[in-house]
Design a protein around this ligand. Sequence first.
Ligand SMILES: [Ca+2]
Ligand SMILES: [Ca+2]
Length: 260
Amino acid sequence: MFDKNKYKSTIGFTDMLFNILVGFAFLFIVAFLLIKPEAKKEDFERKAEFVVVMEWNHDAPDDIDLYVQDPTQTKVHFRLPITNFMYLDKDDLGYANDIVKNVDGTITKVNINREVVTIRGIIPGEYIINAHYYSQRQWEHDGRLNTNIKQQKDKKLTVKIELHKVQPYKIWWMGEKTFTHRGQEETFVRFTIDPEGNRVGDFTYIEKKFVSPFRNTIGSTGFSENFENEDEPAHEPSGAVELSNPQIRNSQIEWEQAGR
Ligand SMILES: [Ca+2]
Ligand SMILES: [Ca+2]
């Protein structure tokens, strides 16, 4: 009788041990999954002096443009994406160049609205970071991208800018502003660096406009689709989208005919 009870309790103990082992194994897997991305992030290194990141509402179809002026008064932006030590990764058009048609006909969509300017060398002096609200685009129910829409009264976009110093890594500045209408341009921040890339003085915020509205001298409205009266290419969606998605290509043509 005594031996039998002892035997039963040993089975219970073994079960409990097994359960604890399973529990620890599960916790180990969870911990490993959590640790792994962090280790990869540390391995990632970007060769640059400064990186300026602008993001706006990721689900918005609207096109915002990032402008960075260096001390030589040269500006990097979608019309001039590589200049001096600065380059713009991609002119993000909002929604329009976030979708790509795959070889099998399916659509891959990445909802991200982000423009990045990398500064790879140091030019001492003052830098100015601006954002400009280029256009409002709207997806219609038939899947068409309408670029010729009237000003929406309740439109509110949150544009965030981060200034990263790479060596040694530090976020130098971050801030956000609300954009409500096409043509709106804001100076987010100005900063000055010495020949070693160290900041001189405080951040300043005096407005400077980089984009001049194009005045239509024939029409009475006085405001055209063009914001700059320059003979330079307008925004184009990426080649993949333009070639593979007729709906987007058509709307882009409409947009260009509208006077871009
Ligand atoms: Ca853009
Ligand atoms: Ca986008």
